[in-house]
Design a protein around this ligand. Structure first.
Ligand SMILES: [Fe+2]
Length: 236
């Protein structure tokens, strides 16, 4: 049984699934790949909308989505992929954690991560309630904007680190970095970050095959075991 820690399958809430028909297809794709537990993490941008407005919108999407997930035998927990901004420190972040856990998925801005930004982020992370633990979304994607060292520095903030399954596909420009993280036990979770059924589909099996071959089946199992712990709100 596999666990997806990051996806945009909730319908009509962000740039992911536009409607319940697409969400149903995406859930069926997940199920075929052996995924039975999913953390639904729609984008939350505090600069665009208030926390209450986002939670209302998410509640309406869940009403449509939950019965379908149930029917397909998929256990769901609802959170968000929260874009970092300094003013996050002023809102109740427990409402953005995944289900009843203290884990919150955070995404960094797509820019060069300067030492000024890294210091600011460190002070934000250090000031969080001890009940909240951050998960850095798709650590490899920031390589398009910044250097490896700056990502390593950000990761030094006692966060869990999530990688995107699709970035393990053959000839991926980020795979060297991702395998290095896995070999040094610096990445902890996999997520599909699925947005649709075509260009960004649920693709857990790409990561399963690539990691099992390049590192070991055991490494993949450990990542999945960590995801189960996060889903249950246990410590990783
Ligand atoms: Fe995402």
């Amino acid at each position: 049984m596999l666990v997806d820690t990051h996806c945009h399958i909730l319908p009509g809430i962000d740039d992911g699934s536009p409607d319940i028909a697409t969400s149903t297809k995406m859930l069926e794709m997940e199920r075929k790949q052996g995924v039975e537990k999913i953390m639904l993490t729609p984008h939350f941008y505090l600069s665009h909308e208030s926390l209450d407005k986002f939670l209302d919108k998410r509640a309406r999407a869940i009403e449509k989505f939950a019965p379908v997930a149930d029917q397909l035998g998929i256990e769901a927990k609802y959170g968000a992929e929260v874009l970092y901004t300094k003013s996050l420190a002023d809102i109740d972040l427990s409402k953005l954690c995944i289900g009843d856990t203290g884990y919150m998925l955070i995404e960094l801005p797509y820019q060069r991560l300067t030492s000024g930004f890294i210091n600011e982020f460190r002070s934000f992370a250090g000031g969080l309630s001890p009940d909240i633990r951050l998960i850095l979304a798709h650590a490899e994607r920031y390589l398009n904007y910044t250097d490896e060292d700056s990502i390593y520095e950000i990761m030094n903030t006692d966060m869990l680190v999530q990688l995107n399954c699709g970035d393990f596909k053959m000839f991926s420009k980020h795979s060297g970095f991702m395998y290095d993280l896995l070999r040094h036990d610096l990445a902890h979770l996999l997520g599909t970050d699925a947005h649709n059924t075509s260009s960004r589909p649920p693709d857990m099996n790409i990561a399963e095959k690539a990691i099992s071959k390049k590192i070991s089946p055991r490494c993949f199992q450990k990542l999945n075991h960590n995801a189960e712990k996060v889903f249950d709100g246990r410590a990783v």
